[in-house]
Design a protein around this ligand. Structure first.
Ligand code: 13P
Ligand code: SF4
Length: 334
């Protein structure tokens, strides 16, 4: 089917069937164009939870669709394809528990550990965090969540993104250590102990990329996502979540040159501004970028036929504990 015909068919069918389509900013343009809700991880989890349609088709990665199922268990949540965030796949419940044990071995008592998981983690990991009295954060609200967690007077276990954990610690004047990189003594001295996970897309941006653009255009401004390495964030003019980057770029005068260090589809949509992609390679999130209109249509067809492909399911116990961790975050970031 020709693309415009396919889009028109999707728009008609989703309305008729009562399906809301949510798309993260990293989705391809054609997918964003058929979506009802477009946003960052935090915005999408709140707006999709509050949406009244019985069906939600989430164009993003697994942890995002799972997040809606956790918060709105009666909603039937689907994905056009089962796409995973590679960072979220770096940690499961056993790695989480091994991280807690590593802190205990460094002399930190279990009761003195406050776990915070970046939303880019499975329901299983969120559930472990919920059981230990901890909570979720996103890149939009990470500083607020961290401030709250620190009020407990405990050591923070931050999973799975080392870069976000270290960037937060630097911003807040805290000492951080990375499990497996730093010694037990250094872990015991740190305020924030990070799991050693990372985003393969944001690792593509380097301090040299920033030097390159600053040499070529001395007045250029640089905006990056906090999943970038702290050495990159230190050289940037702005660091923030996807929606914060979009807002910050929009505030700049039209003639201002800006290089942006985040995923390609998002940066490419900012092209009416004077923007560059801050990387010599094309920083595509592989799984986000694979979702197609044909797959969106196939799920709508399956809802219409009653065969329901690619539906998200989470067992009740995991869902309930994960909901506790997610709702603790949402209560703090309304
Ligand atoms: P945001 O919450 O900023 O949209 O980030 C999600 C993500 O996965 C970035 O790589
Ligand atoms: Fe995960 Fe990185 Fe893709 Fe974001 S860009 S969804 S962190 S792999």
């Amino acid at each position: 089917m020709e693309k415009e015909t396919l889009k028109a068919a999707i728009l008609e069918q989703k309305k008729r069937l009562g399906v809301t389509i949510a798309a993260h900013f990293y989705q391809r343009d054609e997918v964003v164009e058929v979506a009802d809700l477009v946003g960052d991880s935090l915005e999408l989890s709140k707006r999709a939870r509050d949406d009244e349609a019985p069906y939600l088709l989430f164009c993003g990665v697994g942890f995002m669709a799972q997040g809606v199922k956790i918060l709105a268990p009666n909603k039937r949540v689907f994905m056009p394809r089962i796409a995973c965030c590679s960072m979220a796949r770096m940690i499961d419940a056993s790695y989480f528990n091994a991280s807690v044990e590593a802190m205990i071995s460094a002399g930190i008592a279990r009761e003195n550990i406050y776990p915070v998981t970046y939303i880019n983690a499975s329901a299983e990991v969120k559930a472990e965090v919920g059981k230990m009295g901890g909570m979720v954060c996103t890149s939009s609200n990470a500083a607020v969540i961290m401030e709250h967690a620190l009020k407990s007077g405990k050591k923070i276990l931050f999973v799975p993104d080392r870069c976000l954990g270290e960037n937060l610690a630097i911003k807040m004047g805290l000492k951080s250590a990375v499990i497996g990189r730093e010694s037990p003594e250094e872990m015991a001295r740190a305020d924030v102990i990070c799991f050693d996970g990372f985003c393969s897309v944001h690792q593509l941006f380097t301090p040299e990329d920033i030097d390159f653009y600053r040499e070529r255009y001395p007045d250029i401004l640089i905006a990056v996502h906090p999943e970038c390495d702290p050495k990159v964030v230190a050289k940037a003019d702005f660091s923030g979540s996807t929606s914060q980057i979009i807002r910050w770029v929009a505030e700049q005068p039209i003639e201002q040159k800006i290089a942006v260090g985040t995923e390609f589809n998002l940066v490419n949509r900012l092209r009416e501004k004077n923007t560059f992609v801050l990387s010599a390679t094309k920083p595509e999130c592989p799984t986000m970028n694979e979702t197609t209109l044909e797959e969106v249509k196939a799920v709508l067809d399956s809802i219409e036929a009653g065969t329901f492909i690619n539906e998200m399911t989470i067992d009740d116990e995991t869902r309930e504990w994960a909901a506790i961790a997610l709702n603790r975050m949402l209560d703090l970031s309304r």
